[in-house]
Design a protein. Structure first.
Length: 462
């Protein structure tokens, strides 16, 4: 795989089979890690689900807000890692390490800010989201612990993104799989053996993230051939040019995550009045559905790496070929996963909860969502392509418009008549629409006209 990646930087011709092999080789470790993460959440949710509907509802209530904070952390990481991918594509490894040093400082400060916000709002959040008194205590404690542990999540994600953009998918994927295993073990310890319930689920996840962050930073800063900082001194002081470029890439994504997360929160507010069973079914079904779309995110990560290095190397035709092939692969894989989810929805929901009402409702909404998986794949992988190109503003606007104008409008309209089934019908329609507009931009847009991220003689000495 390393040899094929070097073809991009060296400007060598690649056959279609070599391109496909490179995409698959980069995707498979990431897909396995994404699936293992999904299985982790699946098992976690199942553990909590067997504590009862109230426990599942407590986590489900604040889950979308946690996703929002995670999305903001992810946007900051990509603002720097995309720059590193471009420098690597241009064979400027010292430039890549300069960006890495600055990213460690900036992302740590950003993570601290998010954790402080989480602590400040945790007691009020469940009531802001329309939760009842019976689940508010557990929900607020869960959110506070997850928010504090966000620092570990940020640094683990940053190190993983940097390794992936250098073409090293195996180490981050292996460590993420290890994190999933640790999470299950720690959650069992805290939830059942120490009888800590919902709070134990948060503590188990946080401890797994801490250990993984330490290991991920070790492999990045000490062991990475391209990016290790050990024995290579340099300044960690953020430079205006690097931060400015990171802001140009990351800010649209951060705004997108903020408003998309806000939309998810609004969706939670729409679901909350439908009752504890609906809240629990919604949360558990989202976990089950992630089995389908996580492979798409794995392929999207490979697309981001290939497109980023391709543009850094000035290989525009090769970059476009990688983009089209990655999106096609994503659609194929997620279509098969959608069929799997439709067929086995009852069995999957029965693993999550023993409550018959939750199983029945969850099965119905999963089968509605299964129809949207092909176009959801198109949106996920195409967005990975655009991120690799540094093209984040227009895709962010497209996603936000789709979410707010299509999904939430339909959800609010359909929920009153069809309940949670109406909310998920709105979701399926919106994801299909989003996939169509992302494919239109992929084939007809100017996403390859990206930022100039390459070093100049004036900036190389910074």
């Amino acid at each position: 795989m390393a040899d094929l990646l070097s073809y991009i930087r060296e400007g060598r011709t690649m056959s279609q089979s070599e391109k496909l092999r490179l995409i698959v080789n980069l995707s498979v470790p990431s897909i396995l890690a994404q699936i293992s993460a999904t299985v982790m959440f699946f098992i976690d949710a199942s553990m909590v689900g067997h504590l009862g509907a109230k426990a599942s509802a407590a986590i489900g209530l604040v889950e979308t807000t946690g996703w929002l904070l995670g999305g903001l952390a992810h946007a900051a990481n990509l603002g720097f890692s995309v720059q590193v991918a471009h420098f690597i594509g241009a064979n400027d490894f010292e430039g890549a390490r300069r960006v890495l040093r600055q990213s460690l400082v900036c992302c740590l400060l950003w993570a601290l800010s998010l954790s402080i916000i989480s602590i400040a709002i945790h007691q009020h959040l469940p009531f802001w989201l329309g939760g009842s008194e019976e689940i508010a205590h557990d929900a607020s404690l869960y959110f506070m612990i997850i928010g504090i542990c966000g620092i570990f999540f940020q640094m683990e994600g940053l190190a993983g993104s940097m390794l992936k953009c250098s073409g090293n998918m195996k180490i981050p994927s292996a460590l993420n799989i290890l994190m999933c295993c640790m999470d299950v073990i720690f959650n069992y310890l805290f939830i059942y053996l120490l009888d800590m319930g919902v709070m134990g689920a948060a503590m188990g996840t946080g401890l797994a993230e801490l250990i993984t962050a330490i290991l991920m930073l070790y492999f990045l800063l000490v062991r990475s051939d391209m990016l290790r900082l050990k024995g290579r001194p340099g300044s960690f002081r953020p430079k205006a040019s690097t931060v400015h470029t990171a802001f140009k890439i990351g800010a649209p994504m951060g705004l997108q995550h903020l408003l998309m997360g806000g939309a998810q929160i609004v969706s939670t507010i729409i679901v909350a009045p439908l009752g504890t069973v609906a809240i629990a079914a919604n949360s558990l079904a989202i976990t089950v559905e992630s089995l389908c779309y996580m492979p798409g995110y794995g392929i999207a990560e490979a697309a981001t790496t290939l497109v980023g290095q391709g543009i850094g190397a000035g290989q525009r035709l090769l970059t476009r070929s990688f983009a089209y092939m990655s999106v096609g692969l994503g659609i194929g894989v997620m279509t098969l996963m959608g069929v799997f989810m439709w067929v086995f929805a009852p069995e999957l929901m029965s693993i999550m909860s023993p409550v018959k009402e939750i199983i029945a409702l969850g099965t119905d909404i999963l089968r509605i969502e299964a129809w949207a998986e092909p176009m959801f794949a198109a949106a996920i992988v195409a967005n990975g392509v655009f991120i690799g190109a540094g093209d984040t503003m227009k895709p962010a606007i497209m996603s936000l418009s789709s979410m707010w104008l299509v999904r939430l409008t339909l959800a609010a309209t359909l929920a009153s008549q069809y309940g949670l089934r109406g909310v998920w019908t709105a979701m399926a329609i919106e994801l299909t629409f989003r996939g169509i507009i992302f494919l239109t931009r992929l084939f007809h847009g100017n996403w390859q006209k990206t930022l100039n991220l390459h070093p100049t003689p004036n900036t190389q000495s910074q």
